[in-house]
Design a protein around this ligand. Structure first.
Ligand code: TPP
Ligand code: MG
Length: 552
């Protein structure tokens, strides 16, 4: 057995069940070894797509993701997706062939590339250490929640490895591959006691749960019940409290007027595994002047990193919530939870409950109307993935999701073009749900190669393209000041025809009645993916866009 085979075998033994990539000579053998030992390999059409598929798959399956790329350009093509994964602390292993000879065309400093985007560079250094190096990469990815570049030098890959007993390949157990977020941090007693005191005295507490709280719904709901707290999430944790009467949905730029009002009126705001960054807190405007702000995070360095907090608690979210619940005792406080407020939340909290004037006309549908109609048409058991752009607030907030595994938001790097690949990874991680991708025309055309992947995999996906013939984000940002817009506007493209060329079904939507074609597809066998090419009204920018540009 050679080194490449040992790497593939070791990862499969550690529980890796799916790998994404584009195969060239430098990752051919390692990819085949993964397959030979039971993993599924998903071929993408561009490494950028493959990286984001692996990222989304990891996020929605709770497993360590694996990406396999050729040395040099295979890796550079994947860099945007790797940066997104690294910023999101996705446990991901990037297997890359590596040309170590500087005269090679494929040579580039791969370790430096990884470091530049916050990924951890590691290398298979010898035949003797191949299994241990691989297990270490897996450990760093899973336990440290890091994106790891595991370089496979070409001259090492083919070396013979004296047979390694199977038991020694794994530095971690197979079951660990589907485990949670890694080490479980116990909060320091004084910090937990202080948080209990603050909550015991709170009149209107709100919890905001972020990525680090996605495994802790139960614990947070119990504590919120004792404290009388309302529940919100950051965008990446959207859906976590779905079904609760006290669920406010997303805090931040996407928050509905009622959600924003209730968060602003909180006397205590607790961020759980949540950065409390400019997005989630709308540049701080969601924090009232007298609000006591608390942050709970596994990593001490995260506390107060984005804004000052009155109390920082270093600890695992579930553990900390359990401990604070115990300290609060059996009393249940009313806090923020009045019957009148429950009625308001039920009737006013969703964006679709907010009245608006439909601006459809001249062959263009109002994106709000389009999305509300789709919310009614599409089955509730869905997994929703969103690209970046002016349009993104509409699907993010008007399309409901069943829970936090029904929403995939690859926006830490704010890159356009990741949406379709995100939807593919999400679909494979949640195969029992209808995958829905929401894209702008810019993002759709940037990532269009992966339509072939959707068709080839037989995914029953609905792809909604909000087409305004341009980069709406830029048009609405610069247009009002009279700047020329020729660099950000484009002639119409028949995206429906392009989709049919790839083997999708497609409907073109210019007004509400065209959505009958969507209903027909849903009632049919759904054998081919459906692309909905919607010409959307473009007279104004979306409500959250101005917010976004304040962060530039
Ligand atoms: C990779 C990348 N390139 C450029 C940008 C800058 N950018 C932000 S939004 C946007 C427009 C995207 O257009 P589209 O997908 O059609 O969405 P729209 O804004 O029109 O709704 C661009 C180019 C970016 N964020 N990421
Ligand atoms: Mg556009």
């Amino acid at each position: 057995m050679n080194v490449a085979e040992v790497v593939g075998r070791t990862l499969a033994a550690l529980g890796v069940d799916t790998a994404f990539g584009v195969v060239g000579s430098g990752n051919f053998h390692v990819t085949n070894a993964l397959v030979a030992h039971g993993a599924r390999y998903v071929a993408a059409r561009h490494e950028g797509g493959a990286a984001t598929m692996a990222d989304a798959y990891a996020r929605l399956s709770g497993r360590v993701g694996v990406l396999s790329v050729h040395q040099g350009p295979g890796l550079t093509n994947a860099m945007t997706g790797i940066a997104e994964a690294a910023k999101s602390r996705t446990p991901l292993i990037v297997l890359a062939g590596e040309a170590t000879e500087p005269r090679s065309n494929f040579f580039v400093d791969q370790a430096a590339l990884a470091e530049a985007v916050g990924a951890v560079p590691l290398r298979i250094s010898s035949a003797e250490t191949a299994a241990a190096d691989t297990a270490e990469a897996f450990r760093v990815a899973r336990e440290g929640r890091r994106t790891v570049l595991l370089n496979l030098p070409l001259e090492v890959q083919g070396r013979h490895v004296p047979d390694v007993p199977r038991a020694s390949v794994a530095g971690a157990s197979v079951a660990g591959a589907s485990g949670g977020n890694g080490p479980r941090g116990v909060p320091e007693a004084g910090e937990a006691a202080r948080l209990a005191e603050i909550l015991a005295a709170a009149r209107s507490p709100v919890f905001v749960a972020g990525r680090g709280a996605r495994e802790a719904r139960h614990e947070l709901e119990e504590l919120a019940e004792r404290a009388g707290a309302l529940l919100a999430t950051s965008a990446v944790a959207r859906g976590l409290f779905r079904g609760s009467r006290w669920d406010l949905d997303v805090s931040g730029g996407f928050a509905s007027p009622l959600t924003a009002e209730l968060i602003r009126d909180a006397d205590v705001l607790v961020g759980w595994g949540c950065a409390l960054n400019m997005w989630t807190m709308r540049h701080g405007t969601l924090i009232g002047r007298d609000t006591t702000v608390v942050q709970v995070d596994l990593e001490a360095a995260a506390l107060g990193a984005h804004r000052p907090v009155h109390l920082g608690v270093t600890g695992d979210v579930a553990r900390t919530a359990r401990e604070v619940t115990r300290l609060l005792g059996d009393d249940t406080r009313t806090g923020y939870r009045s019957a009148a407020l429950a009625t308001r939340i039920a009737g006013e909290n969703r964006w679709r409950d907010v009245p608006y004037t439909d601006e459809s006309g001249d062959g263009r549908i109002d994106p709000r109307t389009l999305t509300i109609e789709l919310d009614d048409l599409l089955p509730a058991e869905r997994v929703l993935s969103i690209d970046s752009g002016n349009f993104m607030g509409y699907p993010s907030m008007f399309l409901d999701v069943p829970d936090e595994r029904g929403f995939c938001f690859t926006q830490a790097f704010q890159s356009v073009g990741l949406g379709l690949a995100t939807a593919i990874g999400a679909a494979l991680a949640q195969p029992d749900r209808l995958p829905v991708a929401a894209l702008g025309d810019g993002g759709a055309l940037m990532g269009v190669a992966e339509l072939e992947t959707v068709v080839r995999l037989g995914l029953p996906m609905v792809i909604v393209v909000y087409d305004d013939d341009g980069y709406g984000a830029e048009v609405h940002h610069f247009g009002p000041d009279g700047h020329p817009l020729d660099t950000v506007t484009f002639p119409p493209v028949d995206i429906a025809a392009i989709a049919r060329g790839f083997g999708c079904e497609a409907v073109t939507v210019g007004d509400r009645s065209d959505l009958a074609g969507v209903a027909r597809w849903l009632d049919g066998a759904r054998e081919r993916p459906l692309l909905i090419h919607a010409h959307v009204s473009r007279a104004r920018g979306s409500w959250w866009l101005e917010e976004a540009f304040r962060g530039h």
